[in-house]
Ligand binder design. Structure first.
Ligand code: BTN
Length: 327
């Protein structure tokens, strides 16, 4: 923990984050944490010194934004044990994906406020103006006896994102555009990039899971972005969900780890089915350079999307090499 942040500061921050921008009564803190007004004031001062923006009047306290300076301590304090990794937070980096790859032999999650070379699937760019995206990459060590495919990790992560966003916002269902785009109201809210690396000297490979979530993106930001994104992208802000990036990070990471370690993959396939944006749709897909037209039937957790081609043939299309072509 940073030398001068105390556990009570992080507990107070947790309560403020959970209230999603609503004011919390000072009395609540006094009772809940058996604190004095003076100690609450000191906690707020320390949080503000670490970049938090907090509004305070006689009786209430409201978090406007959690500063980057508290992210590391807060996540290390709050995440459940199986999600505990070393946490790094950067103002700017080329791509969190590359930073994690460089230390994929450790258990780590790396955040950036801004990326100068953020990338998406299939060599695409990932654009997010500074300060408005929740951008991070994390390691997931693939079990040696069952080296999970990119397909399995992608679908478990996509379901986790949808579940966590539904839980935080009360909105549902959040949809999954196979393999790993998260959609709300027919627009993309988040994307997932899964890559694998073989750390030097390690017996098993590690998946590097990269997540980009549009949180504070506004129409003004979109006006500065490429025209083709404008009608396709949404954000927490545009959807009227005033939720802090740190709160989303906490809930999303915990849910990803729950799903990745769940022994019940078939019930998570059910969770995917109920959120599948392409249910029984006829689609055009590009797989290994070939254009395929067919109807989406189901998901094979380890071998991708199951599609009935117009020719009648059933094919399994892996996430790593397939993309859905826009109709
Ligand atoms: C996609 O939609 O194609 C996937 C987008 C993944 C973007 C995230 S942002 C954090 C991490 N770092 C990157 O360079 N990419 C991923």
């Amino acid at each position: 923990m940073t030398a001068d942040l105390k556990p009570i500061d992080l507990d107070i921050l947790g309560t403020l984050l959970n209230s999603n921008g609503q004011p919390v009564q000072l009395d609540f803190f006094l009772q809940e944490f058996r604190a004095t007004q003076k100690s609450v004031d000191h906690s707020l001062e320390r949080l503000i010194r670490h970049g938090c923006v907090i509004e305070r009047d006689m009786h209430t306290i409201r978090l406007i934004q959690a500063g980057l300076g508290v992210w590391k301590d807060y996540l290390q304090h709050t995440l459940p044990k199986q999600s505990r990794r070393s946490v790094e937070v950067y103002q700017t980096t080329a791509s969190t994906q590359d930073r994690v790859k460089a230390q994929a032999n450790q258990s780590v999650v790396i955040f950036a406020d801004e990326q100068t070379a953020g990338r998406g699937r299939l060599g695409r760019q990932w654009l997010a103006p500074k300060g408005v995206g929740l951008l991070f990459s994390m390691t997931h060590k693939l079990p040696r006896d069952r080296p999970d495919s990119i397909d399995r990790v992608s679908f478990l992560t996509a379901v986790a994102l949808a579940q966590a966003i539904e839980r935080i916002t009360g909105h549902g269902p959040v949809q999954i555009r196979w393999p790993n785009d998260i959609y709300v109201n027919q627009r993309k809210l988040a994307g997932i990039l899964v890559e694998t690396v073989q750390p030097r000297g390690a017996a098993n490979a590690t998946a590097v899971i990269g997540i980009g979530i549009n949180v504070g993106l506004t129409r003004d930001h979109l006006a500065e972005m490429p025209a083709e994104l404008r009608s396709r992208v949404t954000s927490f802000a545009m959807l009227g969900w005033p939720i802090d990036r740190l709160h989303i990070a906490e809930k999303v990471i915990a849910q990803i780890d729950r799903n990745l370690h769940s022994p019940d993959v078939s019930s998570l396939v059910d969770e995917w089915r109920s959120r599948n944006l392409h249910r029984e749709q006829t689609l055009k897909l590009k797989s290994n350079g070939q254009t395929i037209s067919g109807t989406v039937i189901d998901l094979d957790p380890d071998h991708g999307l199951i599609v009935r081609r117009d020719t009648g043939e059933i094919v399994h299309l892996p996430a790593a090499t397939t993309s859905v072509l826009d109709s």
